[in-house]
Design a protein around this ligand. Structure first.
Ligand code: C2G
Length: 129
């Protein structure tokens, strides 16, 4: 079984996230999503609209996702890859190069982002309504 992992906040889930999750799953047989906790989001200077628990529940309902785990810090990725026996680490290409150190542990794949959509854009557009 080829296992894939990806990380993110995944707030206000949108087609950009779904496209990422769909392509990540297509690279293997089992997709793990590490969702940023509310505390870790604060470290990323992000304030999600949905709580960690709600973002976890929403992602667990996505057909491409097999397991959701908490992302609590920047340092957990190597341990996660080893703990879950991950073959491929996937992120959107806005992170290009940032996680190449994982190449010692698994394949690292950066996928093109979906243009024209982001959680920030959704929030900004709704402010204009
Ligand atoms: N994404 C995408 N297209 C978009 C928006 C997001 O492909 N239009 C991808 C991002 O590149 C990322 C994933 O969806 O791979 C989740 O995006 P965010 O929730 O914004 O994740 P981020 O805050 O970048 O957290 O340790 C890694 C961090 O936790 C990543």
């Amino acid at each position: 079984m080829k296992k894939v992992i990806t990380y993110g906040t995944f707030d206000l889930l949108h087609v950009g996230h779904i496209n990422l999750l769909k392509r990540a799953k297509a690279l293997g047989d089992y997709l793990i999503v590490a969702v940023s906790t509310d505390e870790f989001n604060a470290l990323k200077n992000k304030k999600a609209y949905y709580s960690y628990e709600d973002r976890k529940t929403i992602l667990e309902a996505v057909k491409y996702v097999d397991l959701v785990i908490p992302e609590e810090n920047w340092e957990q990725k190597i341990a996660d890859v080893q703990k879950y026996d991950v073959d491929i680490f996937v992120m959107g290409h806005d992170w290009e190069g940032k996680f190449d150190f994982l190449n010692d542990y698994c394949e690292v794949v950066y996928l093109p982002r979906t243009e024209g959509i982001s959680t920030t854009k959704i929030k900004d557009d709704l402010m204009k309504v």
